[in-house]
Design a protein around this ligand. Structure first.
Ligand code: C6P
Length: 413
């Protein structure tokens, strides 16, 4: 990974994403919905196509050449992803899932159902995505455990004083989003992990909006578990990642049963395969995993520190422009201290209506609750509009966003 600050060569990057050349009614697409799903660069598309052209076979099942090649590529993809997030245990600490959501569910079912009980507490934050919030909430209900939510400050940051009080010896798991997909807040998850560990609790990090956008090192954070999705980092849909400390994954029961996750099966019982295959039942996400490794190569080539800087600059610029209007409410911390996204509302215009109007100018943003309904309750609104940036976005595209918002303002005046 590049250690030196280097502006991204956005023009060259854009050439890797032909979809960005699309035009709607003569206007070139401005894609600002990257927190939902990023676009896929040509090397990743090529990797998928090449896999199906040359290597496609089931893994861990055939002794024939194709199956062996596919198996090696699939296994090595785990090592590559482990390296990308600093997991020194390699493939044994990296489970491929369908997405972030499934990764949270895996831990909640495989660890939570067995380990949680009455009197135990799961500490979350008010800015959790439903992927973590609903999952822990429901597992807590089934086990008799309680969920508590660390509040946010008026600025949209985590109230760390409250966190220190709420995490106690009764806490079994702290689950926190690293970068909020709604507020853009970057949470001190390393500090939360230290507090959790001081009380004998585990730390789960929802890194869906951080691993794609900034350098993340699971060991520096001392996360016990960490989850993210391939489709938010230039990889394909259908693949997510659960990182887990090896001794914890080893101690957990399987989440799904079936083929490939077993070692020995009799009519009476079964034993489990080694990590990570114990958690990857059935035919796994083969082409997706191999393509995700390619996405890691692509991002490392750009340098994750450069990716972070690029997105932060765009978010700050968008934040500055949006906050200059009296009729726009912007959510989350100041412009110079946030991840690469800005959520906002334009006075008198429902966020979904705003998104439709922006769509007429070929500006793609997201509008709705962004799967953070309880957080929107705290913010006092049912929905918000959100622009989110990636490696190929430009300041000119932020200007197009602002112009399109101006059109909406005129329309509703
Ligand atoms: N947020 C967004 O537009 P999946 O859908 O499993 O790949 O990712 C779930 C998820 C979990 N945590 C965070 C912080 C997220 O942002 C997301 C996905 C998308 O904000 C879709 S709701």
């Amino acid at each position: 990974m590049s250690q030196h600050a280097q502006p991204l060569d956005v023009e060259a990057i854009r050439a890797d994403f032909p979809i960005l050349q699309r035009e709607f009614d003569g206007s070139r697409l401005v894609y600002l919905d990257n927190a939902a799903t990023t676009q896929t660069p040509e090397p990743v598309v090529e990797t998928i196509a090449d896999y199906y052209r040359t290597t496609n076979a089931n893994v861990h099942r055939g002794l024939h050449q194709l199956s062996q090649e596919a198996s090696v590529a699939y296994e090595e993809a785990h090592d590559r992803v482990a390296e990308f997030v600093g997991a020194s245990g390699g493939r044994e600490e990296v489970v491929f899932t369908k997405n972030t959501t499934e990764a949270v569910n895996l831990v909640a079912y495989a660890w939570g159902l067995n380990e949680l009980g009455p009197g135990d507490e799961v500490v979350l934050t008010e800015m959790e995505h439903h992927a973590a919030l609903v999952t822990w909430q429901q597992i807590a209900k089934r086990t008799g455990a309680d969920c508590h939510y660390v509040p946010i400050t008026d600025e949209g940051r985590l109230d760390m004083d409250a966190a220190r009080e709420m995490i106690t010896d009764d806490t079994a798991m702290v689950s926190a989003v690293h970068v909020s997909n709604t507020l853009g807040t970057v949470n001190p998850v390393g500090e939360l992990a230290d507090i959790a560990h001081d009380h004998g609790a585990y730390m789960f990090v929802d890194a869906a909006q951080s691993v794609p956008n900034r350098p993340v090192d699971v060991e520096q954070l001392d996360a016990d578990f960490l989850a993210f999705s391939g489709h938010k980092m230039g990889g394909p849909t259908g693949i997510g990642v659960l990182y887990g400390k090896r001794h914890l994954l080893e101690g957990m029961e399987p989440y799904l049963y079936g083929g490939d996750m077993i070692l020995k099966v009799t009519f009476e019982d079964a034993t489990w395969n080694e990590l990570p295959w114990k958690f990857e039942a059935g035919t796994p996400v083969i082409s997706q995993g191999i393509a995700l490794a390619e996405a890691c190569d692509y991002l490392d080539e750009l340098g994750m520190a450069n990716v972070e800087r690029h997105e932060a600059a765009l978010a700050e610029y968008a934040h500055d422009r949006l906050t200059s209007f009296d009729d726009v409410e912007v959510y989350g911390p100041p412009g110079d201290d946030r991840g690469g996204l800005v959520a906002f509302n334009l006075d008198g215009v429902h966020a979904p209506d705003l998104s439709s109007i922006l769509n007429d100018s070929a500006v793609a943003i997201r509008a709705g609750d962004h799967c953070t309904q309880p957080l929107h309750d705290v913010l006092g609104t049912a929905a918000s509009a959100r622009a989110s940036f990636y490696v190929y976005n430009t300041r000119e595209e932020v200007d197009r966003l602002i112009e399109a918002i101006d059109d909406a303002r005129q329309l509703f005046a």
